[in-house]
Design a protein around this ligand. Structure first.
Ligand SMILES: *Cc1c(COP(=O)(O)O)cnc(C)c1O
Length: 392
């Protein structure tokens, strides 16, 4: 590529695996489990790490590396490693870097799967944790212990859309020499680059906005070279490998990330504004609405508000179910970050087994509807939400 410092949207289009002697324009699919060697000596040198060579697709694969490298470039990271899903990325960043006796500090509001790994599985391996309120920096500081090895957070959080001041937590991590690990799934590097605020690692569920079309699972961790190397060694031996096919799809998706996220954000802001004072709603939450409690933080660290809007139905749980049943265009599916708009009702689905008091403690209110705003014409999305609200 050119020596000029390129814009991220150009890198997303142009960064590509080296062209083969077939002179293909679009990156080919390297659907192969292993790689061949001409001589025993070449093979020995590859296994001895004396040369950089693909050996086996559990270790590395050109499509997987292309996707990881592109994500590292977009996030401004030194290196990256891609894995089979967002949860593999989250788990591997914990298991590769933490050991028995270490302490992990997390925000209370975070993705359900991550919460399960932190609170149910890590303790089995002797790793302690503390969950703190997202917006209370003093609480983060107070929870730091001598054995705190990592801070982990997502912002905006899923599904509550709470924001955390990336810069303030970054200062805290630096002061106490703690690994600072950020799940950047909701914002994507098109809107927010946590490394600029001191993050050592950035994680993605590529399944969401990075693919953007609801087709494949994938995950990626990017960040400091030494940390990514430790994650690579752990994954190379434990096996959460990303399929080359999924990586190829994801690399292609990144070419349109910037334009997609801009449109998702424009549609979402228009929807948030349209419904802000609707009589059937208690509130509308969106990072770029001035009524968002952490609007100032959104303005500081995000370029736009992203594609997720949360609505609270005044009628609570049953009203939420009626709203979901009345939708004609929006999909009812447990995914987000798709070109198709999606509605979900956490209280009757993902969080239905959580006792109501515990739901409230993490911001899951009975009438909470999470809208993942798609790329349909915004008037059609508004029409569908409007008519469903009338029946809610
Ligand atoms: C979906 C999601 C994950 C998990 O990703 P998968 O690809 O489903 O494993 C992690 N973090 C956040 C914020 C998510 O939304």
């Amino acid at each position: 590529m050119s020596n000029r410092k390129l814009h991220p949207s150009t890198i997303a289009v142009r960064a590509q695996v080296e062209r083969t002697n077939q002179m293909e324009h679009s990156a080919p699919l390297f659907l192969t489990s292993s790689f061949a060697f001409n001589t025993a000596e070449d093979m020995r040198a590859a296994f001895a790490d004396e040369v950089e060579a693909n050996i086996y697709s559990r270790y590395s694969n050109p499509n997987v590396d292309e996707f990881a490298n592109k994500m590292a470039l977009l996030e401004g990271a030194e290196a990256g490693f891609a894995v089979a899903s967002g949860m593999a990325a989250v788990s591997m960043s914990f298991f590769a870097l933490l050991k028995a006796g270490d302490h992990l500090l997390c925000s209370r509001s975070m993705f359900g799967g991550t919460n399960t790994v932190v609170t149910k599985f890590l303790p089995r391996f002797g790793i302690e944790y503390t969950l703190v309120p997202a917006d209370d920096i003093a609480a983060w500081e107070a929870a730091v212990r001598p054995n705190t090895k990592m801070i982990y957070l997502e912002t905006p959080t899923n599904p509550q859309l709470e924001l955390i001041d990336l810069e303030a937590v970054g200062r805290l991590a630096k002061k106490h020499n703690i690994i600072y690990n950020v799940d950047n799934c909701f914002a994507t590097p098109a809107l927010q680059t946590p490394i600029d605020f001191g993050a050592d690692l950035v994680i993605h569920s590529a399944t969401k906005w990075l693919d953007g079309q609801g087709r494949v699972l994938g995950g990626v961790v990017v960040g400091k070279k030494e940390l990514i190397h430790d994650i690579y060694l752990f994954c190379r031996n434990t096996g959460p490998s990303l399929s080359p096919f999924n990586a190829w799809v994801l690399s292609k998706s990144l070419e349109t990330l910037d334009v997609r996220i801009q449109r998702h954000s424009e549609n979402a802001l228009a929807i948030a504004k349209h419904f802000e004072n609707h009589p059937k709603l208690k509130w509308v939450k969106y990072p770029f609405l001035p009524s968002h409690p952490q609007y100032a933080i959104a303005q500081k660290q995000m370029k736009a508000g992203g594609g997720i809007v949360c609505l609270e139905l005044a009628g609570g749980l049953e009203s939420g179910r009626r709203f979901m049943d009345a939708l004609q265009i929006l999909s009812l599916t447990p995914n987000l970050g798709d070109s198709r708009s999606i509605a979900s009702h956490p209280a009757s689905t993902t969080h239905s087994k959580v006792p109501p008091a515990d739901q409230l403690a993490v911001g899951i209110t009975p009438g909470l509807i999470r809208i993942s705003v798609g790329l349909e014409h915004v008037d059609d999305i508004i029409y569908d939400i409007e008519q469903a609200l009338e029946q809610a």
